[in-house]
Design a protein around this ligand. Structure first.
Ligand code: AGP
Length: 371
């Protein structure tokens, strides 16, 4: 009923709007009185973490994209090498793992068979397994050495939304915790990053207050046959996740690309009127922003209709954006937390306009318990 959905038409929409709260809950109680990070449920001793020389993240679908973001954050803040692997591929390639490898298994449901089999394989090779999971007592955390729960509350919609945002939070916390334990030079910045994280619920609220503009964009594009998503750096997994949402819910051909890869092939797909959603990185000291801008110019010159997600105050994007969605100003590594929200709203609305069942998309199950 609509009451269970807080007046929303779909559980998915309700869960999108719950994200500020979910992210806040996920951050709750993670610092002690002196401000140091503490991950209570974690159960891995600092010595064990210090010995880790490689991290392999395994997950499926949306959780895999959270893992891709985690790689950027963990490597940058801790200087520990990270691989991200689809759980269904992991054990078939005879991965190199031993007792100094930390496996991070990310799963909203905790019951995904591909991920469960992958951690069983990893443990048989003596690797330590840390689960990032939303479901207390589910199989994956039960079969892991340690767990960080995401505290998003039950996720009913088949399309993961608040599950994804809280997985990102858990990944950032893990990265910062490892930085704290290892004492890397980014250790000094932990406080600053935590403050940015603690401001996120407010920023997500700001993005949600612009939902109506995103809905009308979605309605404008309801007759599209194909939609592309572009991103770079932490915005690349956001592009992939935005595309997955549209496939799952609107049954549209949608693909995400790393913007720098366009010229190596995908730009051939661009034709007149093709909608391209572009996740623009914040302006920083690096070349990322400028490079993204030239990618956007390239697709636009070939007739694409560009829908750009760019931070507040970034005026350089205006000449190249047919449509502009503003994002709050946040550090590049944390930008996925705000950038994915309009893409969730876009997919939810487009599927609604097309008359699809958003909570129960065809051919899909909430937890995939077969390999
Ligand atoms: C997300 O919208 C999907 N329904 C799906 O990709 C999902 O993320 C994947 O099956 C993994 O599920 P899990 O996080 O419960 O392991």
């Amino acid at each position: 009923s609509s009451a269970e959905k807080d007046g929303h038409d779909w559980f998915m929409r309700k869960e999108i709007f719950e994200q500020p709260r979910a992210v806040a809950d996920s951050l709750l109680g993670r610092r002690d009185a002196s401000g140091r990070l503490q991950l209570d449920e974690m159960r891995l001793a600092d010595e064990e973490l210090r010995d880790i020389d490689k991290i392999i993240i395994i997950a499926c679908g949306t959780s895999f994209y959270a893992g891709m973001v985690a790689k950027y954050a963990i490597e940058h803040w801790t200087r520990t090498p990270v691989e991200v692997e689809l759980a269904s591929e992991f054990r078939y390639r005879d991965p190199i793992i031993d007792a100094t490898t930390l496996i991070v298994a990310i799963s909203q449901s905790g019951e995904t068979a591909d991920t469960l089999q992958a951690i069983r394989h990893a443990r048989s090779q003596r690797a330590k397994v840390l689960a990032i999971c939303n479901t207390n007592g589910s199989s994956i955390p039960r079969e892991s050495d340690a767990v960080i729960y995401t505290h998003a509350g039950p996720e009913i919609g088949v399309a993961s939304t608040k599950g994804f945002l809280t997985q990102l939070v858990a990944c950032y916390l893990l990265a910062l915790y490892i930085a704290q334990v290892k004492g890397t030079r980014f250790g000094d910045e932990i406080d600053e990053i935590m403050e940015h994280l603690e401001a996120m619920p407010g920023h997500i609220e700001t993005v949600l207050s612009g939902a109506d503009a995103v809905y009308s964009l979605a309605a404008d594009h309801a007759s599209s046959r194909s939609v592309l998503f572009l991103g770079r750096h932490a915005g690349y997994p956001v592009a992939l996740e935005g595309a997955l949402k549209l496939k799952e819910l609107a049954y549209l051909h949608a693909e995400g690309f790393a913007a720098g890869e366009l010229k190596h092939g995908p730009i051939a797909l661009v034709e007149d009127g093709l909608p391209v959603l572009c996740v623009v990185p914040p302006k920083g000291r690096d070349q990322l922003h400028g490079k993204m801008l030239s990618g956007i110019q390239e697709v636009r010159a070939r007739g694409a209709r560009t829908i750009c997600l760019a931070e507040e105050g970034d005026t350089s994007i205006e000449p190249y954006a047919d449509e502009l969605i503003r994002l709050p100003k946040v550090p590049v590594l944390l930008q996925p937390l705000v950038a994915i929200v309009p893409l969730q709203l876009f997919a939810c609305e487009l599927a609604t306009v097309l008359g699809h069942d958003v909570d129960q998309p065809r051919n899909l199950a909430k937890s995939v318990t077969v390999e």
